[in-house]
Design a protein around this ligand. Structure first.
Ligand code: FES
Length: 124
């Protein structure tokens, strides 16, 4: 299974976010009370840098900094206009045995397949 190593878990504590890149793809990884949420760092409205915006860990909502649309971290659903199309998102379990945050390739996720392809092209 292709994986994208994000960082040691102690560098991504609860309430923090880290943007990781795989080729042209950028993904925000959020720690909400130990659960990791991954959402593509590209707003569905106008390709804004979604994960550079504010977010609310309690509500699990991220706000696009460009025009202010809110998205549900759990589902990727656009909650407020002007965006209305969901963004790819997934919930990931911690790789506790390795003490690292890892995104794993999932058969039902197009962007994670893209990560797998990018990793396959990467050296090492
Ligand atoms: S680009 Fe995100 S709301 Fe417009």
């Amino acid at each position: 299974m292709a994986e994208l190593d994000v960082c040691p878990l102690d560098e991504l504590g609860p309430g923090s976010v880290k943007i990781v890149r795989a080729g042209e793809l950028a993904i925000g990884v959020y720690n909400v009370d130990g659960d990791l949420y991954a959402i593509e760092d590209r707003c569905s409205h106008d390709d804004g840098p979604l994960c550079e915006g504010d977010w609310d860990p309690e509500e699990r909502v991220v706000t696009c900094p460009r025009h202010g649309s809110n998205f549900d971290l759990r589902t990727g659903e656009a909650l407020t206009l002007p965006a209305y199309v969901p963004v790819e998102t997934r919930v990931h379990e911690r790789a506790a045995e390795r003490n690292r945050a890892v995104l794993s390739r999932q058969a039902d996720s197009s962007y994670l397949r893209a990560i797998g392809g990018a990793l396959g092209d990467a050296p090492g």
